[in-house]
Design a protein around this ligand. Structure first.
Ligand code: SF4
Length: 870
């Protein structure tokens, strides 16, 4: 066995040519098999990219992990590519455009600033369901999207033209994670080094928390904030602490009628209970091979809902089958098999690597489930929605013909559950049987089907199921995120009126992955997550309280009750239709055809190394923080709390993505700048305009600011004057007076989507530190990326126990030279009556690179400094 410091190089002959690879089994022998596969991939990455002492230390630390399943050591990870979507890429590309301006102003050539890794951008997050249940719905919705977002999309086309390594996948090509699975993932790639081809594992990061979906086919990747992605795309590694790895042993096989969605919901609930926050999760055991790669991807997709960084399934025969079914060429598939076997990355169903801890799930014991009505981890039997809703204790104050909890939205949506053809075919078969019995959804239900892949239309049509779905109201409304990201379009008038009158509390049913209050639609607090087939069933029932286990979905025209069991497709039916419907050539052909989107091609993009900002633009404005002169926010200072909030503050609370309410302060700002009040688009579409996003910060109906609980939405208390004003006005008053501000929060601050605007907004408000009981992983990293120091409150201290009163101030002692990884930061609460309480907070700073970024003022000044120095 070779010593750890000298990588052993193997050779494989593929398609007649010799390829080199790092031969981990030759170098590490039996010890390699003890490592979880995710750590073997990290090991390969360190050995290939690091040099000398850093390489040796990284490899040694990974093997030292075996002793306890834990490590405090950091390693540098260099992913091979970056995936973004239109709403995270727009601000990142705006930052790059602004940094190019800053370079030009500093006398440097702006063309020097380009990503050095491949960056794929999927334009999927801005499609809204305006039209539905009509044959031309997809065309109308695409036209609407293009019209609404034309300026931003012209900017994206400018970026694709002018920046090296940036590739944009236009509207209509599908959802980013589906595109990743079906088009981008190589699983094993080829890298040229000194003219020699090297085989390497396909690794990536994505600016979206559901990036781990690609873990389902053996690609190691995870979600990061936009800022972390910018560090990586500009050639800095992402430093990670060697993670704890929870192994989920799968045994048995799923029973009849049970679908991948049910398994994903069970895994989510079980792992949330275990608390795997920030850990890697890897699946092992004999049950893995009973799942198709499409099923695995559904489970892996929900890694952020488990709270984990990954949900990894190693490569094995069914991975190859998936690659074959989605049209990969034979040569590429042979490469995946040969390399994975030779490099020690091939799955062994009998293997038992060392994990930090393990959990066993018997697939045969998984039943049919839904999750909700407010969190994805709240698992319910599919017949128990009524009980869960009764616990909400809603008392109608007016009469209506509708049920008390009508289904307002029934959406087959999301990469999670529309990428696996099996799930869509099951929904189609249910729709067929409903169609045969003459069932239609009630008029108050807004129905939609928005697949992640344009190939879905081809295989559903070939199976004859598209017509049945259309007959049930579930015609295709487009290929994008739609309802999953909070773009379901307006509710039906009947629902809007019933809610306004207090006659009903409506509910969404969707095949998505998140259901926080307001996530799906600002006027819907309650949503259930479920498989596409169950979405069709609940959509037909129209009543979210209906116990579909015991009560009929509907009665047919003869008055005969139709139960779910009458409609539910058998496994054999699904298998037969899948076999007849799927053709591998659909995936490439339909994707390429969608990429030719004539509306996209017709957009006139500006040219030139510098983007020509338009001062009248309400979509794109040069952000102030992408500048050489932004200083560090570290220091010793006394601050006013700008907001004090409780537990589970999501990035939706901090920086909403959904529709801009027409009667909001943000709306007033845009209307004053010439925008029509009735078509303000969603917050997410304004992320290229920092002035809008500043005003959108903490714009949430459900956010409770403990400093002034009765303040209107997006208002807070200016302590010195006692005035309650919009948050950005209060922040500006503090800034003008030279006073510092901080935020105080409870557990899991920043949970939810990975949006970096949640951190950027706080930077624009002048927030220097966030003191919280705990932070969600990506948001913590984004805060650091914007130069804001996250501080963990000591155990037992919570905003509720701190009981901050107006006039209390917070003294923080965090000078740049003293800040340490997870070091103590002295904090003093100076009460308005002069009494003082001292606390020892902990810097929630995980790596030396993060310390360096905080000292430089964040990622963007660091990139500029590096480019200027090069
Ligand atoms: S999880 Fe939802 S919002 Fe995120 S990429 Fe998938 S469909 Fe889009």
């Amino acid at each position: 066995m070779t010593s750890p410091g000298l990588p052993a190089v193997g050779r494989l002959k593929l398609a007649g040519a010799a390829h080199l690879f790092l031969d981990l089994p030759a170098q590490f022998g039996d010890r390699l098999r003890q490592l979880p596969v995710v750590l073997r991939i990290l090991l390969e990455n360190v050995l290939r990219n690091a040099e000398g002492a850093e390489r040796d230390a990284g490899a040694a630390a990974l093997f030292a992990w075996l002793a306890t399943g834990r490590s405090e050591a950091e390693i540098a990870f260099q992913p091979g590519r970056v995936l973004m979507h239109d709403t995270t890429s727009t601000p990142a590309l705006v930052d790059i455009a602004a940094m190019r301006d800053a370079l030009a102003e500093a006398g440097a050539d702006p063309k020097r600033l380009n990503p050095c890794l491949p960056v794929d951008v999927s334009v999927d997050h801005s499609l809204a369901v305006e039209a539905y249940a009509r044959p031309d719905a997809a065309v109308l919705n695409l036209q609407h999207e293009m019209r609404r977002n034309a300026e931003r999309y012209r900017f994206l086309r400018w970026a694709a033209q002018e920046l090296r390594n940036v590739r944009i996948h236009p509207p209509g090509t599908g959802i980013m994670h589906t595109i990743n699975l079906e088009q981008l993932a190589t699983v094993v790639g080829v890298e040229e080094r000194d003219g020699t081809p090297w085989l390497v594992p396909d690794t990536m990061i994505g600016t979206d928390s559901h990036t781990p979906m690609v873990n389902g086919i053996g690609v190691l990747g995870w979600g990061v904030g936009g800022l972390e992605a910018q560090t990586v795309m500009f050639g800095m590694p992402t430093m990670i602490r060697i993670p704890e790895v929870t192994g989920v042993r799968l045994v048995g096989a799923l029973g009849p009628g049970v679908q991948a969605t049910d398994l994903a919901l069970v895994v989510t609930a079980r792992l949330r209970e275990l608390d795997v926050t920030g850990e890697f999760v890897e699946f092992f055991g004999p049950g893995v091979t009973t799942l198709a790669a499409g099923d695995r991807a559904v489970v892996a997709n929900m890694a952020p809902e488990f709270g984990a960084t990954t949900g990894y399934f190693p490569v094995e025969a069914r991975t190859l089958q998936y690659l074959r079914e989605t049209g990969r060429v034979a040569e590429a598939i042979a490469r995946v098999e040969a390399y994975s076997r030779a490099a020690g990355l091939w799955f062994d169903p009998a293997g038992e690597p060392r994990y930090t801890r393990t959990l066993t799930i018997d697939l045969a014991a998984v039943g049919m489930h839904v999750a909700g009505p407010r969190r994805p981890q709240d698992l319910l039997d599919y017949g128990a929605t009524g009980q869960a809703l009764q616990a909400i204790a809603f008392a109608p104050t007016a009469a209506t013909q509708m049920p008390r909890h009508p289904v307002a939205i029934a959406a087959i949506t999301s990469c999670t559950n529309t990428s696996d053809p099996r799930l869509l075919v099951a929904a189609g078969l249910l729709a067929r049987k409903a169609h045969e019995r003459g069932l239609k959804p009630p008029a108050w239900v807004k129905t939609s089907l928005a697949p992640g892949s344009p190939a879905a239309a081809s295989y559903l049509r070939r199976a004859g199921l598209l017509a049945d779905l259309e007959a049930a109201g579930f015609g295709i409304v487009g290929y994008g995120c739609t309802t999953c990201i909070g773009n379901p379009g307006p509710l039906t008038q009947a629902i809007a009126e019933a809610q306004r009158a207090g006659a009903a509390k409506a509910v969404a049913v969707l095949s998505g992955n998140r259901n926080f209050p307001g996530r799906v639609h600002p006027d819907l607090e309650l949503s259930f997550i479920m498989s596409p087939a169950l979405v069709v069933a609940f959509g037909l029932a129209g009543d979210a309280e209906r116990d579909l286990r015991a009560q009929p979905v509907q009665h047919d025209a003869q008055g005969v009750p139709v139960f779910l069991r009458d409609l539910w497709p058998s496994r054999d039916e699904i298998d037969a239709h899948l076999a007849a419907a799927i053709e591998a050539k659909d995936f490439t052909r339909d994707f390429e055809e969608a990429a030719r989107n004539p509306l996209w091609q017709a957009l006139q993009a500006p040219t030139g190394a510098l983007f020509p900002w338009d001062p009248r633009s309400n979509a794109l404005r040069r952000p102030p923080f992408a500048a050489v002169t932004e200083g560090s926010l570290l220091g010793s200072y006394s601050a006013f709390p700008l907001l004090v909030v409780g537990d589970d503050i999501t990035t939706d609370h901090i920086s909403p993505a959904s529709a801009i309410p027409r009667d909001s302060l943000v709306a007033d700002y845009l209307v004053a700048r010439g925008e029509p009040r009735d078509d303000l688009n969603v917050f997410a579409s304004r992320r290229g305009n920092w002035e809008v996003m500043l005003r959108a910060s903490f714009h949430s109906k459900t956010l409770r600011n403990l400093l002034c609980p009765r303040a209107p939405v997006a208002h807070t208390l200016h302590v010195p004057s006692g005035d309650i004003q919009p948050i950005w006005d209060v922040a500006a008053r503090y800034r003008q007076a030279g006073q510092s501000v901080v935020v105080v929060a409870g557990e899991r601050y920043g949970m939810g989507s990975s949006r970096d605007w949640a951190a950027k907004g706080q930077r624009l408000l002048g927030i220097r530190a966030v003191l919280a009981c705990s932070f969600e992983r990506i948001h913590r990293s984004n805060l650091v990326g914007m130069g804001i120091v996250p501080l963990r409150l000591p155990a037992g201290v919570h905003p509720a126990t701190l009981a901050l009163r107006p006039g209390d101030r917070i003294e923080i002692d965090a000078p740049a030279h003293a800040l340490q990884v997870r070091g103590t930061v002295p904090v003093r609460i100076v009460r308005h009556d002069g009494t003082v309480e001292a606390l020892a907070a902990t810097a929630a700073v995980e790596t030396a690179l993060e310390i360096a970024l905080l000292r430089q003022g964040g990622v963007l000044p660091a990139i500029l400094e590096k480019t200027l120095a090069a």
